[in-house]
Each structure stands twice: as C-alpha cells, then as structure tokens.
Write a protein that binds this ligand. Structure first.
Ligand code: UD1
Ligand code: CA
Length: 464
C-alpha cells in the first residue's frame, strides 16, 4: 500500500478548449482530479499531494475540507520531473512508498495502485512502472527492458530513434510507485537535456538503474483504466467506461435496467435490489434509492433519498426525501426540503418545495405547494396553490389531517386549514379555516334563461 500519493494536475489541457482547468471538468458529476484522489485513498495512501498550476485556486477549493489532501503549487510547468520535485520538496517527502498518478486519468482502479505499490513495499523494487500496449503507441514514452525483464529506461516518443519507435511497443502509462527515499535522493539528477527541454520524470528509471537499484514493471490488464482525458471526446469516452462499470456493478447486485447505456448513476449513489431504472435516468450526488422502486423514464434525482416501493416517473428532484410507497410524476418537480411521507403522491405538473406531504396525502394535478406542513390523508384538488411569497417574506401554510381542498384553491399564507375541513373549489383562502368547517369564497353563480340562444339569433341577423 502506498504511504503517499502525488497527483500531477498542473497541466493546462488546451485541447479541452475551455475556460476551466482540465482537471476540474466533471465525470459523472465529480471533478476529474477527485477521482484520482479517491482511487489513491482507496489504495491506502494516507497522504495525498496534488500538484496544482492551472486553476490552482479552484482545485485547492475542491479539497478544502479533506485533511489527508494537500496542494502544492508548481509555478512554472517545467515537466513531470519538476512537478514531482516540487511536491517532494514542498511537502517534505523523503521516505515510505510514493505512488505517482495523473490527475487526468480518472479510471485507474485502487487495486492497480496498490499492486504497483506492493512491488516496492514487498517486492523490494526501487520503482515499479505501470505499462500498457495501446493500439497506437504514438506520443507515449517507450519502456525499454533487459533480458531479465527489469526496466532499463523510458524513452519519450519524441526522443526515440525510428527503430525504437517501431520496436518498443510497450508504453509508459504515467503511473508509478517509487521508494520515497530513493526518489527524493535522486530527483535532483533529472536534467532537461532532451528534445522538449523538459524535466522528465521518466528519466528517474535510468538514473535509479545507474545507481544499481532494481526497477520492475506491471502491465495493466484493462487498458481502459489508463484512458487519459485530454479532449472533450476523451471525456465522453471515459464517462461511458465509468457508466458501464457502475451499471454492471448495480445490475450484479439486483438492480434492473431496460437499457444501461441510457442510465447515468454517480459514484456515491446507492440503489436497492429489484429497483428498475428506466431510460434517461440520472442519479447524482448523495442520492440513495431503496428496493422495489421504478425510476424513470426521464428522471433526474440529485442529493435525494427514496425509500422502498416508490414510483418516480418523469421527475426532477433535488434535495428531496421520499419515504416508502410514494408516487411521483409524470412531471413532478421536487425542490429542496420536499418530504413526502409513506404512500403520498405528487402527481402531474406538481411542484413541491420545503414542505411535508403527510402519509397517504395526495397532490395529484397542477399544484404548487411551498413552505407547507400537510397532515395525513389530505386531498388537494387540481390547480390548487399555496401563495407562500408576499414579495418580501416566505410564509407558512398548515393543512390538518383529512382536510379536503377543492380544485383551484389559493391558500394565501400564512394560513391554517384545520383537520377535516372542507374548502370549496375556486376559493381564495386568506383567513384560517377551523377544523371540520366549510370555507367557501366565491361570488354567487347567476343563471339567465335563454340568453345564449338570443345572442346567437342576434348574430345571425347581423350576418355573422
Ligand atoms: C507522460 C510521460 C510518458 C507517458 C505519458 C502517459 C513524461 C516525461 N512522459 O507524457 O512517458 O507515456 O505521460 O500519459 O513524464 N504535469 C504537471 N507539471 C508539468 C508537466 C506535467 O503537473 O510541469 C502533469 C500534467 O498536467 C499531466 C501529467 O503531469 O497530468 C502528465 O504530463 P504530460 O505533459 O501530459 O505528459 P505526457 O507528454 O503525456
Ligand atoms: Ca498526457
């Protein structure tokens, strides 16, 4: 297991063509650099040093609350060797096992980092290089080995002879584990005497071998792990790989999917067994869905908790809580603080914010419920609205157990509707309604017999 991980993340990422630094771009809702940090942490690294440059302030802010992560600024991008030197010097690292990761490679598995580190901690190597054999090796550093399989050097593509480019097909992935004492002891020997005029970290291999130290390599089994993100197209590729990894994991645990290529689930989300995720479902952030639910099609849940046996169809939910057997949608919008208790319903074109919907209560059609505490067994008629905002304050509405609110009712908050009360359709309720009372606010209906017929006849005479 590595003692420390150094994550190289100072690069510009010009090919993203973005105002934002590359490592801040998100994969399944999480910035690229935090994927690498998470993999290092899961591999057992107790200390994570991130080398920052472009977008330094935003990258630092990402890790502000994480005590095991420190950021080191590399003021000038003089190469990967220089970046590692900055990290070692600023963080005072000169012992243990140091794993080196790329901030733009989010798909590396913790087990792969742990395996690299074991070559140093248990295998006695001064360094271990993670290698790969991509279909097109152009641009990668080439790994040179001796007869015994030990790595003798890494030669950057640009510094290779045409023969070396043709013969050396095993490439450097850019991931390594080093003996920290040897790395710190020799990093000063790396020079910038090469085609690119950069300090290459890769030169450390020949330097360590020159000092009589052993260097091995590990070939990565799943080449997808090494997918680096340099462009938006590669970001989309990486998203697809991670989407498939997460969805395969969920299906193996009993989650159903009609078409897994149309379901996106974030890394921190959990979903219970026998829940079915239908196409165009996005579950992100701190979202947790229980067992036996149907979510989707066309649903987006962020930081939302869903209990068991719920139906969530064409729904957008943000920081909402659904207990068990709740039904939402089609086309419900659940905003922060929406709390739907057991067996309740938020139906078609219904928006709910900062409100509790009591057990078995129904808001079936075309309603807005905000800043409301609703009891159990309440029925809200179609088109009813809580007028919670007077232009200055947000005001509260309470609706007691078993109340029946007729269609097209305006409840002008602050207002209370007592338990068991009845509100006539189309009422504008501005005063409290006592329990079990009827409230009706509506001008009386007039009937004028024969009026419509007379009007039609008049229109005919005028030739319409
Ligand atoms: C590097 C390796 C190459 C390997 C390839 C795999 C070197 C010299 N070469 O090449 O052998 O095949 O990765 O992808 O290391 N960075 C800094 N500061 C710097 C320079 C780079 O933080 O001064 C960061 C970059 O942001 C990036 C990483 O280090 O995350 C790798 O740098 P990059 O310039 O992309 O290296 P490559 O040329 O791809
Ligand atoms: Ca690169």
């Amino acid at each position: 297991m590595p003692t420390t991980a150094i994550i190289l993340a100072a690069g510009e990422g010009t090919r993203m063509r973005s105002a934002k630094a590359k490592v801040l771009h998100e994969l399944l809702g999480r910035p690229l650099v935090t994927w690498a940090a998470d993999a290092a942490r899961k591999a057992g690294a107790g200390r994570i040093v991130v080398v920052v440059g472009n977008g330094a302030e935003q990258v630092k802010a990402l890790f502000a609350g994480e005590p095991d992560v420190e950021c080191v600024e590399q003021a000038e991008r003089l190469g990967t060797g220089h970046a590692v030197r900055c990290a070692l010097e600023s963080a005072g690292i000169d012992s243990g096992c140091v794993a080196i990761l790329n901030g733009d490679s989010p798909l590396v598995r913790p087990e792969t980092i742990a395996q690299l580190a074991n070559a140093v901690t248990e295998g006695g190597q001064a360094a271990c290089v993670l290698t790969m054999t991509p279909p097109d090796p152009t641009g990668y550093g080439r790994v040179q080995t001796d007869a015994s399989g030990q790595v003798t050097a890494i030669i950057e593509h640009k510094d290779c002879t045409p023969e070396q480019r043709a013969e050396l097909l095993e490439c450097n992935s850019g991931f390594y584990a080093f003996d920290g004492a040897q790395l710190a002891g020799h990093i000063g020997e790396v020079s910038n005497d090469n085609v690119q005029g950069e300090y290459y970290l890769t030169d450390m291999i020949a330097i360590l071998r020159g000092a009589g130290l052993p260097v091995s390599s590990t070939h990565v089994a799943d080449a997808d792990e090494m997918l680096g993100v340099n462009s938006r197209s590669q970001l989309a590729d990486a998203s697809r790989v991670m989407q498939s990894r997460i969805n395969e994991g969920l299906m193996a645990e009993g989650v159903g999917m009609l078409d897994p290529s149309l379901v996106w689930v974030g890394p921190d989300v959990t979903v219970g067994r026998d829940t079915v995720l239908l196409p165009m479902t996005f579950l992100s952030g701190d979202t947790h869905v229980g067992e036996g639910c149907v979510v989707g099609p066309n649903s987006r849940l962020t930081d939302t908790r869903v209990g068991d046996g719920c139906t969530v169809e064409e729904t957008v939910a943000i920081q909402a809580t659904l207990e068990n057997d709740v039904s939402c949608g089609p086309r419900a919008y659940l905003r922060p603080g929406a709390h739907l208790l057991d067996g309740s319903k938020a139906g078609t074109h219904v928006e709910i914010k900062n409100s509790t919907i009591g057990e078995g209560s129904k808001v079936p059609h075309l309603s807005y419920i905000g800043d409301t505490t609703m009891g159990a067994g309440v029925n809200i008629g179609a088109g009813s609205i809580t007028c919670n905002y007077d232009g200055v304050h947000k005001n509260k509405t309470t609706i007691g157990d078993g109340a029946f609110v007729g269609s097209d009712t305006m409840m002008v908050a602050p207002v209370n509707i007592g338990a068991g009360a009845l509100v006539g359709a189309s009422s504008c309720i501005t005063r409290d309604v006592p329990a079990d009372a009827l409230a009706i606010e509506r001008s009386e209906q007039r009937i004028i017999e024969g009026y419509a017929k007379k009007r039609r006849q008049a229109q005919e005479r005028e030739g319409h």
